[in-house]
Design a protein around this ligand. Structure first.
Ligand code: SAJ
Length: 405
């Protein structure tokens, strides 16, 4: 039996996927309300294919509880926040979950850490727990997740994976468990290498996006169309530049690379600069919006609205979102958030001036900053009436009312 600890964005789909592929799974979360919702037959976030997977897993017998189980394999997928000031990982949840596992695990159990951790975290914070608890019989494994929000279920099935283990035999056993559903290749390595590859993959993406954001700025100064430049450059067989945008959000791409900067400040210069470039984009968009306001004689900032609060399209996650970053920058410039904000994917009230329908949003607006290209509006400038559009993601097509990055 597998006990998945932490039923968030990664733990829940992983538990469901294993259960629907014949593995006996119990999902555990310390949040009783979340467990109650799952036990009432409802999923806890929106994701393509998740509800269907949930039903399948429930039919297959998956269970949810707040209690840790006595079983042979534990998969820990709890959050790993990072300290914004010193840019280092906070392993408190991983440590707490691992400690509890060690209290209940039977002899010879396997403790798989799936949460993203910076290189050396497991050696530094988890391995000592085994000695402390006198549980050196428990085998440690790191199996970092790789699935992209918006396409999680499909990627869970198809992506290649990495398994890092002290003991290659245990690594093979855990790879066999993931192979119950994973159709991709499973690379076996040691724990530190697995930790490093996870952070490196997200850093690669952060650096690539920073490069495209810098290209967007260069093209604006030079009077060139950055989308066209990137589209044609990417026809080269060895060039693959990502898309510029209003900033980089989510809990991974703007966060994980800081682990390298925080732990290796003397070496990680280029990565630091990339992160700073991305972090500067929301303010860049704001300045661009003020520029267009002047050009279009829009003097009242309350006639400008922000569409999109999530960190990217078609997800409901607002963590580190460029819009939240932009509102912070705006508060510094204007002393408060005065623009209306609307996102059809976000039902709860996250910011001041947030409204909950498109009609209410568009009332009295002359200009909209389209921070997120949700499917509802992508390629449909008419969705915003006759408003002038600031389109940093290049999703609204071309027209005299559409202004790019
Ligand atoms: N973004 C751009 N331009 C692009 C692509 C993305 O500005 O061309 C922005 C997005 O709008 C968003 C941010 O970057 O604000 C991050 O979004 P994303 O779709 O690039 O990535 P995440 O954070 O949703 O998921 C990433 C993935 N990592 C990689 O592709 C290397 C995913 O596979 C990981 O599992 C996930 O991080 C994670 O949890 O680590």
């Amino acid at each position: 039996m597998v006990n998945v600890i932490g039923l968030g964005y990664i733990g829940l789909p992983t538990a469901l996927m294993m259960a629907s592929h014949g593995v006996e799974v119990v999902g555990t979360d310390r949040n009783a309300a979340l467990v109650e919702t799952l036990n009432a037959g409802k999923t806890t976030f929106k994701e393509e294919g998740l509800d269907e997977l949930f039903e399948e897993a429930v039919r297959a017998g998956v269970e949810f509880t707040t209690e840790y189980q006595v079983c042979d394999t534990y998969i820990v997928s709890v959050p790993t926040p990072y300290d914004k000031l010193d840019k280092k990982i906070d392993p408190a949840y991983v440590v707490a979950a691992s400690r509890t596992v060690l209290e209940v695990a039977p002899e010879g159990a396997v403790l798989v850490i799936e949460s993203t951790v910076s290189p050396n975290t497991i050696d530094r914070y988890v391995r000592p727990l085994l000695a402390e608890a006198g549980r050196e019989d428990v085998a440690l494994v790191h199996a970092p997740e790789r699935i992209i929000p918006g396409n999680m279920v499909s990627e869970l099935l198809r992506n290649n994976r990495t398994i890092g283990a002290d003991d290659p035999e245990v690594g093979r056993r855990v790879a066999g468990l993931y192979a119950s559903f994973c159709q991709g290749e499973i690379a076996l390595t040691d724990i530190r290498t697995a930790e490093m590859t996870k952070v490196v993959e997200n850093t690669f993406r952060a650096v690539n996006i920073a490069f495209s954001n810098e290209l967007a700025k260069i093209c604006r100064i030079g009077g060139m169309d950055v989308a066209e430049v990137i589209r044609i450059s990417n026809k080269h067989p060895r060039v693959n530049i990502l898309q510029p945008g209003p900033g980089v959000g989510g809990h991974c791409i703007p966060v994980d690379p800081w682990f390298l900067v925080g732990d290796y400040p003397e070496a990680a210069n280029f990565i630091r600069l990339a992160l700073q470039t991305n972090a500067g984009m929301p303010e860049y968009v704001l300045r661009r919006a003020y520029e267009v306001m002047r050009e279009r004689n829009i003097s009242d900032v309350s006639r400008v609205g922000i569409y999109g609060l999530t960190y990217k399209e078609d997800v409901d996650d607002v963590r580190e979102s460029p819009t939240l970053q932009m509102l912070e920058a705006q508060a510094e410039h204007l002393g408060g958030a005065v623009m209306k904000v609307y996102d059809p994917w976000v039902e709860s009230d996250v910011v001041l001036n947030q409204v909950h329908s498109m009609d209410e949003f568009l009332e009295g607006l002359e200009m909209v900053i389209v921070m997120v290209g949700h499917s509802e509006v992508k390629g449909r400038p008419e969705a915003f009436g006759g408003c002038v559009l600031i389109d940093p993601r290049d999703v609204m097509g071309n027209g005299s009312n559409v202004y790019k990055l």
